[in-house]
Design a protein around this ligand. Structure first.
Ligand SMILES: [Fe+2]
Length: 422
């Protein structure tokens, strides 16, 4: 009897995942023209071409440069052009001027991706000792999670870009599913107590989800679903945007200085009917869908008006332990279509603002070197969002995930989960 096992390719699973994630970024760019891919609509948003190159730069800089024998860069200038924020790597092209990069052309960025992919594949297939193997595994896992974060940004950034044109072009010309009637909002009670917060598993997590630690959570209630467009319309109709008593001081300055009256992609036509721009084009506002693209200021003012508050991130994570992870598609869907009982729409629709500022967990440690800049240096003046959105790629969401944005950010798929004291 032949006892030899068939020779398994080294890292077969990781290689397959690498190919899938990398291919998905190119698929996201497929509905777009090269002109779409080069433009930048605001300093916070990046061109699609830049996202495609920067995610490749990440693998080239943090893996090939460290581990490939006789490493030569694809192009020496790319080290500066596609460095986002890593001071440990060196110079950076200014963030607000990424849209000026008409060169390299899209074709060259595609060639850059193909070249780095082939070299990473060679590294994975080559001879490695146990230490190199572990290092490669860790870095590729981080590079893929990083690329998935950018996949979400590709959709939100291109939405913001397309919304700048009176043509209101759709990213995808596909009919939007009709939302079922939103179920009535109910309140679910949680006992809380001394809870454990932070990642606790065998798979990947970002350093900001660690260490898992104890936190006391007083009894609280969470809303069964996200706040809908219809409910938010009532807040607008009641003069919510003009009532200083509802707003945080900084929020009131923010809303009045820009004369804001509604969420970023809403428009009222001459008949007073609301329309909403989506990745599937402009359409009549559906009152049963979750309200999305809100700043923390708007979410907090709405919660105040509704006689509730935003959850803390510990409350959210404690409650989310049993919630099913859904993956969305281009726009938040109605709670009528959400799976599971109890808490609906925790994942796959809108990121949910919390009242927790983005701070290190007790005992948090950054990685040594430039990769230590990944999360830790942003832990100031930002707020934590929990869950995931309709733009989050499959396999990227988990209950301990900590997303973060400044209080005024509105271009992500951000919504409201209400909380209140038990
Ligand atoms: Fe990045």
């Amino acid at each position: 009897m032949d006892m030899r096992l068939p020779r398994q390719p080294v890292f077969a699973q990781l290689s397959a995942r690498y190919r899938d994630v990398r291919r998905h970024s190119l698929l996201l760019a497929e509905p777009l023209t090269d002109e779409d891919c080069g433009a930048q609509s605001m300093p916070d948003a990046s061109p699609i071409k830049w996202h495609l190159a920067h995610t490749t730069w990440f693998f080239e800089t943090f893996i090939l440069e460290r581990m490939e024998a006789g490493f030569q860069p694809f192009h020496p200038a790319f080290r500066v052009l596609f460095n986002s924020y890593y001071n440990g790597i060196g110079e950076k092209h200014p963030r607000a001027q990424r849209g000026l990069l008409t060169r390299p052309a899209m074709a060259q960025v595609r060639a850059y991706r193909a070249d780095v992919d082939a070299r990473v594949a060679r590294l994975l297939a080559g001879e490695l000792d146990a230490g190199q193997r572990g290092q490669l595994e860790t870095l590729i896992a981080l590079g893929l999670e990083h690329e998935q974060q950018h996949q979400e940004l590709m959709l939100t950034d291109v939405k913001h870009l397309l919304a700048q044109s009176a043509l209101l072009p759709a990213y995808l010309d596909a009919p939007a599913p009709v939302a079922a009637l939103a179920p009535p909002l109910s309140w679910l009670g949680f006992d809380g107590g001394l809870t454990a917060i932070g990642y606790d598993g065998e798979g990947f997590c970002f350093d900001n989800e660690l260490p898992r630690h104890k936190q006391y959570v007083a009894p609280f209630q969470l809303a069964s679903r996200l706040v809908t467009n219809g409910e938010y319309q009532a807040f607008i109709a009641a003069g919510g945007y003009f009532n200083a008593a509802l707003w945080l001081a900084e929020g009131w300055d923010w809303v009045r200085s820009q004369n804001l009256k509604c969420p970023i992609y809403w428009q009222q036509d001459d008949n007073g009917d609301w329309r909403e721009f989506t990745l599937r084009g402009a359409r009549a506002l559906d009152p049963n869908l979750p309200v999305t693209h809100l700043s923390l200021f708007e979410a907090d003012a709405y919660a105040h008006w509704a006689g509730a508050r935003l959850p803390t991130e510990a409350e959210w994570e404690f409650a989310a332990a049993q919630a099913p992870i859904e993956t969305g598609e281009l726009h938040p869907a109605g709670a009528g279509a959400s799976v599971g009982g109890g808490l609906l729409q925790m994942f796959g629709h809108c990121w949910q603002w919390t009242s927790s500022s983005y701070s290190p967990y007790p005992g948090y440690q950054t990685a040594p070197g430039a990769l230590g800049e990944y999360n830790g240096k942003f832990m100031l003046n930002q707020y934590v969002l929990r869950g995931s959105s309709c733009a989050t790629p499959a396999g990227h969401a988990r209950a301990s995930y900590r997303n973060f944005f400044p209080a005024g950010a509105r271009w992500q798929f951000t919504g409201i989960r209400l909380a209140r004291q038990a």
